[in-house]
Design a protein around this ligand. Structure first.
Ligand code: FMN
Length: 202
């Protein structure tokens, strides 16, 4: 389903078309496309080119891995994400590879890689819904994550589906148009001279 952002300023179509659906179709996602998503993340920018992002990936056909991934989600997310043919867990490496010192921007870089992946998905007809609603401790245990990494977000990926197949409580929200009111105005987060001073060109 298309829900273009009612943006105040010119946006590239990919950015305007991005949103986070809960209705996914069961349509198979081709491995070639999954590879393109991960390749997009790979070419994201990062401090010291450290590339601190990592992704656990489970396709629906990877029955056990997919089940393990689903089991980490909070029930509210599992209720719709179980239809998405691909689930990922984005994981940040908290220390630099070249000196093992803390990387204060590892989370920033990992988020940027996930955003890049999201736009690549859109360009291929796929939609992405990221989720912080998962049990991080369970993910650490299930996927045997080492101490120097941090699970950040789970990601549901697939072709858009029919909202009428969603659990009833989620249906109405899914088809609601996106509104300008759902976003902060630029003046609330773009400053000049001092924190809180909206930039005059806004
Ligand atoms: C890191 C992150 C965590 C999120 N966690 C959840 C989640 O657990 N469950 C959910 O339904 N949506 C989740 N979302 C989706 C947001 O609610 C959504 O991006 C936001 O409402 C803006 O809507 P839009 O993405 O459709 O523009 C998350 C998004 C991000 C980026």
């Amino acid at each position: 389903m298309e829900k273009p952002a009612p943006a105040d300023h010119q946006l590239d179509q990919l950015i305007a078309r991005r949103w986070s659906p809960r209705a996914f179709s069961g349509q198979h996602v081709e491995d070639e496309k999954i590879l393109s998503l991960l390749e997009a993340a790979r070419w994201s920018a990062s401090s010291f080119n450290d590339q601190p992002w990592n992704f656990m990936v489970a396709r629906q056909a990877d029955t056990l891995a997919y089940r393990n991934m689903l089991d980490c989600l909070v029930p509210g997310n599992r209720a719709w994400a179980h239809v998405a043919p691909v689930l990922m867990l984005a994981i940040a490496r908290k220390t630099f590879r070249h000196n093992d010192q803390p990387n204060s921007v590892a989370l920033y870089d990992t988020g940027a890689a996930a955003a890049t992946l999201t736009l690549q998905a859109l360009s291929m007809g796929l939609f992405v819904h990221q989720m912080a609603g998962f049990d991080a401790e369970k993910a650490i245990e299930t996927f045997k994550l080492p101490d120097h990494v941090q699970p950040m977000a789970m990601i549901a990926i697939g072709y858009p589906g029919d909202p009428s197949n969603l659990p009833e409580d989620l249906r109405a929200k899914e088809v609601e148009a996106r509104t300008k009111q759902s976003r902060l105005p630029l003046a609330d987060f773009v400053f000049k001279d001092e924190w809180g001073n909206p930039a005059p060109f806004l």
